[in-house]
Design a binder for this molecule. Structure first.
Ligand code: HEC
Length: 215
């Protein structure tokens, strides 16, 4: 019994490491492959799919980008889009054939002409050659693209910003005031008049010790 389990595990590991959708397991695309891809396949994908499945798409659908090798083989929410050499097992091909339910019929607006389906099928059969990525493959950790995330403003070094335009030009006394005033003006607010010294002192006293100042 134990031996049977070991043998089963062995095959799980072996078949997993030889998985055809592991990009590392694919031979590098030859110059002819790349020329073929650029002439026949990229224009087709760009024309029919990139509006919803590329880095430039306003919102990437199904988590799937088709404009880089890494992204194509990493796939979308449902896993790899392409199994190199095996159109039948490739979600991309199933989707353009309209084999699957309506959610996975691509492009959603209507089936591609038969020649284009044949073209993409032939490409996958040929091993889905794709020019190597110039950028590293996107991280697949829960769909987080760490390179992009690091560009978020709070992770970037502070930089001196140009002062915003304000109407009440003589109110700001230091740089920060310009930004505060600009935001107030945007909301139609005007700064309060400056308090006299006795009022300031009273506020300060309440603020610091919670009691009114002595006369
Ligand atoms: C108008 C937008 C649009 C266009 C154009 C489009 N798709 Fe999609 N695609 C979607 C949406 C939306 C989903 C997500 C469906 C879902 O998860 O219910 C999707 C999902 C997919 C998936 C499954 C991704 C996953 O992992 O779940 C594949 C594969 C796919 N599309 C391939 C293509 C191909 C190939 C083309 C071009 C021939 C194409 N799509 C064109 C909108 C589009």
């Amino acid at each position: 019994m134990r031996i049977a389990i070991l043998i089963a595990l062995f095959f799980v590991f072996v078949s997993d490491s030889a998985n055809a959708d592991d990009p590392a397991a694919r031979p590098a695309a030859s110059a002819t492959d790349i020329e073929y891809f650029e002439k026949k396949i990229r224009p087709l994908l760009a024309n029919r799919c990139f509006s919803c499945h590329s880095s430039k798409a306003k919102s990437v659908k199904g988590g799937l980008k088709l404009d880089s090798d890494g992204a194509l083989f990493a796939g979308g929410d449902s896993g790899p889009a392409v199994v190199a050499g095996d159109p039948e097992m490739s979600l991309l091909i199933q989707s353009i054939r309209y084999d699957k339910d309506a959610d996975f019929q691509m492009p959603p607006k209507g089936r591609l002409p038969a020649e284009e389906i044949a073209e993409l099928t032939a490409w996958v059969k040929r091993g889905a050659p794709f020019p190597p990525d110039t950028n590293p493959a996107p991280q697949k950790d829960g769909g987080i693209d760490f390179a992009a995330a690091r560009e978020f403003w709070s992770f970037r070094p502070a930089e001196e910003q140009a002062l915003p335009q304000t109407k009440a030009a003589n109110w700001p006394q230091q740089r920060l005031d310009h930004f505060v005033l600009a935001a107030m003006e945007q909301k139609g607010l005007v700064p309060s008049a400056e308090a006299d010294r006795a009022t300031l002192l009273r506020r300060l006293s309440f603020d610091l010790i919670g009691l009114p100042p002595t006369p």
